[in-house]
Design a protein around this ligand. Structure first.
Ligand SMILES: Cc1cc2nc3c(=O)[nH]c(=O)nc-3n(C[C@H](O)[C@H](O)[C@H](O)COP(=O)(O)OP(=O)(O)OC[C@H]3O[C@@H](n4cnc5c(N)ncnc54)[C@H](O)[C@@H]3O)c2cc1C
Length: 393
């Protein structure tokens, strides 16, 4: 007998079960045992990421012809949740690869796609995306990094900040203005390769969480990049960055669900060891009810995440403007949830909530920054408020 979900076709859009099974196997065998050490020592999780890449799982959103797995956004979101539940730093490296590959897929020439995408999907190249600057974060349109044409090259000058994977990156999608007086209409994307003269990356910044995922400053001092390295037409960069955000906000939301789940599971394991999840343990009913509430909150956030990912799959990435509010709601809800659930798990554990070996405090630290990157949650509220104003105008 077919279930209601099969009859309505919902299962057709569920995450790819074969991909999920492969990811879970690799996380269990190659990633989980390293996660605590990656956090403690702040080591870049190359081994964990490369285990996923070797299994052909690192280019999910990229079509087969470009070297990827051509999976749906729903599958991608589910995979990020799985990785984040186990190792935050690995999930950030993993999704940053996609955040670099995606603008190249959307705006790159055939030659650019051929040059960069297979390497980003196989893990041969590390990638980064550089938008933020010391004085231009939420308001990306006010960026100062400039690009001017000079003979056979564009010359880039300026500074970027908080760039994930930046010190490792072989390929960086850099956004720069070609005329600051024209605001966002002059912002243009370029591909800058490691070793380009005038391009340097700083040392990883010490952080609260996700300590293995490096985050660095970047400096461009008369950095010459070939004319062929412009990504899309001049002035198309801001729209490209906004379109890329449709994917990266889903990444952050999926991490939020994963971190919440990691904290919940760590707490549940601890209580199970102490016999507090036994049916006979009636004095532990409060704990069981709190866990039940966390479980339900995570399930609801996942449903929201999948629904939004499915709408991106259904209507296409170029319709990002129509999805902007849904994506903002999802990013806001899932990342706020991760901090709330991780804090709840820590509280429930009492003094054990402070112990690093249980993994709850790690998830709490890892979760915090999801409220900040890919557009802070105040910015998500601003976008949602704008939609509310429009609806009631
Ligand atoms: C670990 C980490 C990794 C990152 N990785 C990358 C990366 O790979 N690439 C990249 O380009 N960037 C990256 N970022 C940067 C990140 O996207 C920015 O930090 C973020 O967009 C916020 O910008 P800001 O830090 O300049 O804050 P600001 O924009 O200066 O904001 C400061 C505060 O003011 C609030 N605020 C700002 N404007 C408004 C407004 N209009 N209304 C209400 N409140 C407002 C913000 O919400 C925030 O609370 C990363 C950041 C971190 C911490």
């Amino acid at each position: 007998m077919t279930s209601a979900s099969e009859r309505t076709g919902v299962l057709e859009h569920a995450p790819d079960p074969a991909i999920l099974a492969s990811v879970r196997g690799i996380l269990r065998d190659k990633v989980e045992h390293l996660a605590e050490e990656v956090d403690e020592l702040g080591t870049f999780p190359a081994e964990s990421y490369q285990a996923l890449a070797r299994a052909g799982l690192a280019g999910l959103l990229i079509p087969h012809v470009e070297g990827g797995q051509q999976a749906s956004t729903v599958t991608y979101a589910a995979v990020i949740e799985e990785i984040a539940a186990v190792c935050a730093s690995t999930s950030t490296v993993y999704m940053t690869q996609m955040h670099c590959a995606y603008p190249i897929l959307v705006a790159g020439s055939p030659a650019q796609r051929q040059r960069y995408l297979p390497g980003l999907c196989s893990g041969t190249y590390y990638g980064a995306i550089a938008v933020s600057e010391p004085d231009a974060g939420s308001d990306a349109a006010s960026m100062r990094t400039s690009a001017v044409i000079d003979g056979d090259a564009y010359v880039i000058n300026g500074q970027k900040i908080f760039i994930s994977n930046g010190d490792r990156a072989d390929v960086v999608v850099v956004f720069a203005t070609m005329d600051r007086s024209r605001g966002k209409d002059a912002i243009t994307a370029f591909v800058v390769e490691r070793g380009s003269p005038g391009f340097t990356a700083g040392q990883p910044i010490h952080k609260l969480g996700q300590r293995g995922a490096s985050t660095v400053e970047m400096f461009f001092s008369d950095c010459r990049v070939p004319l062929d390295n412009m990504l899309g037409p001049p002035g198309s960069g801001f729209q490209l960055a906004m379109r890329a955000l449709a994917k990266s906000r889903i990444s952050a939301a999926a991490q939020g669900v994963g971190f919440a789940r990691g904290a919940y599971e760590a707490a549940a394991r601890h209580f199970a060891r102490r016999g507090m999840l036994d049916a006979s343990s009636s004095d532990a009913q409060d704990v069981q009810f709190e866990l039940a509430g966390m479980y339900a909150d995570i399930a609801a956030a996942r449903a929201l995440l999948w629904r939004t990912a499915l709408s991106v799959d259904t209507y296409g990435d170029d319709a990002w403007r129509d999805r902007e509010t849904d994506i903002a709601v999802t990013k806001l809800h899932c990342t706020d949830l991760s901090v709330r659930v991780a804090a709840q798990a820590a509280r429930l554990l009492g003094e054990d909530g402070d112990r690093s070996d249980l993994g709850v405090e790690r998830r709490l630290r890892d979760a915090k920054v999801t409220q900040i990157y890919d557009g802070t949650n105040q910015i998500q509220r601003m976008l949602i408020a704008r939609a509310i104003r429009r609806a009631h105008a």
